[in-house]
Design a protein around this ligand. Structure first.
Ligand SMILES: *Cc1c(COP(=O)(O)O)cnc(C)c1O
Length: 391
């Protein structure tokens, strides 16, 4: 029934395939019995396979069992869930926090809790798909502003008469690796009396010495700022959270449908998230090692003349113009034992190789990636005079 449509995708080079590992996540993974250098994961700090996370999960499983059996409102949660929420509120310097089952479920639940029909949402054009879906579900009128365009946003805000306005943005954009101008955006929100909802999925554990985007700028948490973040990326676990003032968090618990109508996360997952936050606070060198590796990768790529687009974080896209060539580059790397995925429409408008670097990559592994890219046929197409990052 879907054969023709699948063929159509294939003809356009848009058919996606799933790569499953037979090893743990990390800088080296095993796929189909072969080892690959891995530059694709969001496990920025290498916590996904840290033994202390697995250990915390195992002990919690022994004590509380694996499954949670019901939603939080029906006693599906445990004291660990509460403990994690307290830890998050402390970590983000907010009054309260609530745990969600995933980043996707957080955005599709929280955004409709903050804005409804008659209200207005302003959303950056490069926001994550789960934000787009959350805006749709809310039924609020959604204005999409140009990427990071504070002036454009201000014009839209000035023109809008609605009494309830919410600005929604990623802190770090997941496919471009650039950072939203949150200081300007938060000043704007304050002036216009808007709520500001920040998706800090790629900022948590990465920016602000691990504390996230607000600590990075720094911006003081305010009652009109709601931070969302995930445990699934730098924290190496699974799930998500919202952090903010006590009343907004209470409101979210009472109205976010993905919170109310979904089974609570299993206790072992919660225990792993608690352990991840503990490790992050204790191992202060981890975040610094991540940024050191980011610098190594970016310097190597820029010296060789690759275009890293607007990257400012450990997400480093490399521009390759068209879909066929992007796929060709990814295949070339794969043949050389390196996994670096091609990202193409509809995920992004401009095809690219999306590299992510972790604190655990070695200097040699990063050099192997850059050398392999330089060996490809695509170098002569895209090479521009070498330049080095100055900051
Ligand atoms: C990954 C991501 C999500 C979704 O989080 P999951 O926990 O993987 O569901 C949401 N927002 C952004 C910006 C992301 O990068």
């Amino acid at each position: 029934m879907f054969e023709d449509r699948l063929l159509e995708l294939k003809d356009k080079d848009l058919l996606r395939s799933i790569i499953d590992r037979s090893s743990s996540q990390g800088p080296v993974i095993t796929v189909n019995g072969r080892r690959y250098l891995n530059f694709s994961s969001n496990d920025y700090l290498g916590l996904a396979s840290h033994p202390d996370l697995a250990g915390a999960a195992a002990s919690a499983g022994k004590r509380y069992g694996f499954g949670s059996g019901a939603s939080r409102l029906l006693a599906g949660g445990t004291v660990l869930h509460k403990k994690l929420e307290k830890k998050i509120a402390g970590f983000k310097a907010t009054e309260a926090a609530v745990v969600f089952n995933s980043g996707y479920s957080a955005n599709t639940g929280i955004i409709p809790a903050l804005a409804a029909e008659g209200d207005v949402i302003f959303s950056d054009e490069l926001n994550h798909a789960s934000i787009i879906d959350g805006c749709r579900l809310s039924r609020a009128k959604t204005f999409v502003y140009s990427h990071k365009d504070v002036r454009g946003l201000e014009k839209m805000l000035t023109k809008t008469k609605a009494s309830k306005k919410v600005v929604v943005t990623d802190s770090v954009f997941s496919m471009d690796g650039d950072i939203a101008p949150l200081k300007d955006i938060s000043d704007l929100c304050k002036r216009h009396g808007c709520l500001l909802y920040i998706d800090d999925a790629h900022g948590t554990g990465v920016l602000g010495n691990g504390r996230g985007a607000l600590a990075h700028f720094p911006i003081r948490p305010e009652p009109w700022i709601i931070q969302m973040g995930t445990f699934s990326k730098a924290l190496g676990s699974y799930g998500a959270f919202a952090a903010g003032s006590a009343d907004v968090i209470e409101w979210i618990k009472n109205t976010a449908r993905s919170f109310i109508f979904s089974t609570a996360l299993p206790p072992p997952v919660i225990a792993a998230s608690i352990e991840a936050i503990r490790l992050l606070s204790k191992k202060t060198g981890l975040v610094a090692a991540l940024w050191e590796n980011r610098k190594r990768l970016v310097n190597g790529l820029m010296q060789a003349g690759w275009d890293i687009m607007a990257s400012e974080t450990p997400i480093v896209p490399v521009k390759i113009e068209d879909i066929k060539e992007t796929l060709g580059m990814s295949e070339h790397l794969w043949k050389n034992g390196i996994y670096a995925p091609a990202i193409r429409p509809p995920s992004v408008a401009e095809p690219r190789i999306r590299l992510t670097v972790s604190a655990l990559h070695t200097e040699r592994q990063i050099k192997m990636l850059v050398d392999a890219m330089n060996m490809s046929n695509y170098k002569k197409i895209y090479k521009s005079p070498g330049r080095q990052e100055t900051k």
